[in-house]
Write a protein that binds this ligand. Structure first.
Ligand SMILES: Cc1ncc(C[n+]2csc(CCOP(=O)(O)OP(=O)(O)O)c2C)c(N)n1
Ligand SMILES: [Mg+2]
Length: 335
């Protein structure tokens, strides 16, 4: 019997089921966050919907015990795979003291968790790229075998930090992987008003690194190219640029009304490429998933999302004095 695509990539049936489960977990958490926002319970949502395949496919190609990641605000799929829990994501959405990213100070989506090697990021887009490149420089100087993985949106690839980070990584052949999640919009600005070249990946040549455009609605395609980039990085061949083409299925954020700049028809067309039903169909065709096991998976995830929501809703806010922690050096403190 011919091998399935995932077997050709060295992935087992359990691996791809795990991929799917992480994608669905990200989607269901995200959907719950919108409900909580519209119910007035959480202040802000910035979605991963439509980008889960790119995120989870890429994360699976990394070594989550060793590699350092610098995710951007939509990367719920990436941080879930690296070990951030649904409960922790909900604590962040509710801005509670136990939020691992910032103790409830930051907006959601500003991931940062040392124990899972998730670099903390800040709000100016693309600032995470030079940071990831700097950590890759550390890997090279210390002769350690980890790579760094950084993501951003296509609009953010026009920001100066992109050029500076990419150039430095290229010149010094650093072990870093840059993945642009091209969701075709930067808030209200469509792709054709963002770039004069055809693909974001066309820019790689200017930095002396390979650039590849991949279907970001297919986790296996993304896994393949990120794996190749990770192998290159680990063997000293330097950085890679990957453009994962996907689509933003929600408004930019819970504060945006996308009906003002995007037609319903376009959204309907793009919904047909929704990575979740697409990967479910692949798994069913490969005989790995069926109606019954899919229902069981959805119920399991739903219970986890419910538990995470209840826990985070009941959790305490930070004490007001906490606002000063990590800002000034504390007597006797180590931070
Ligand atoms: C330096 C900077 N300029 C502007 C903003 C405001 N801003 C936040 S997200 C965003 C759009 C980014 O679009 P893109 O990079 O395509 O990412 P997407 O949101 O589509 O995933 C902008 C302009 C910012 N955070 N930082
Ligand atoms: Mg975009």
């Amino acid at each position: 019997m011919a091998h399935s695509r995932h077997e050709e990539l060295g992935l087992t049936n359990e691996d791809v089921l795990q991929m799917y489960e992480t994608m669905v977990m990200a989607r269901r958490l995200d959907e719950r966050m919108w409900l909580l926002n519209r119910a007035g319970k959480i202040p802000f949502v910035i979605s991963c919907q439509g980008q889960e395949a790119a995120q989870v496919g890429a994360a699976f190609a990394l070594n989550k015990e060793k590699d350092w990641i610098a995710p951007y605000y939509r990367d719920m799929g990436v941080v879930l795979h690296f070990g951030m829990t649904p409960r922790e994501l909900m604590l962040s959405a509710f801005a509670k003291a136990e939020d691992p990213n910032s103790g409830g100070r930051q907006m959601p989506g500003h991931f940062g968790q040392r124990k899972n090697r998730i670099l903390t990021g800040s709000s100016p887009v693309t600032t995470q790229l030079p940071h990831a490149v700097g950590v890759a420089l550390a890997a090279k100087m210390k002769k350690e075998d980890f790579v760094t993985f950084v993501t951003l949106g296509e609009g953010s690839s026009n920001q100066g930090d992109f050029h500076e980070g990419m150039n430095f990584a290229g010149v010094h052949k650093l072990p870093t992987i840059v993945m642009v999640e091209n969701n075709k919009y930067a808030i209200s600005v469509p792709l054709e008003k963002q770039l004069a070249c055809e693909n974001v990946s066309d820019r790689a040549v200017g930095y002396g690194m390979p650039g590849v455009t991949v279907d970001g609605t297919d986790p296996l395609d993304v896994f393949k190219v990120v794996k190749e980039a990770a192998d290159r990085a680990r063997s000293g061949e330097g950085p890679s640029l990957i453009e994962a083409v996907c689509y933003r299925l929600t408004a930019h954020s819970s504060d945006d009304d996308h009906r003002l700049y995007r037609d319903a028809e376009e959204l309907e067309q793009e919904r047909k490429l929704d990575p979740i039903p697409k990967f479910s169909a692949y798994l069913k065709e490969a005989g790995i998933l069926d109606e019954a096991s899919e229902k069981e998976l959805e119920e399991r995830i739903s219970a986890i999302v419910n538990e995470a929501t209840d826990y985070a809703e009941k959790a305490p806010y930070a004490e007001p004095e906490y606002a000063l922690r990590h800002v000034y050096k504390e007597e006797g403190g180590d931070e």
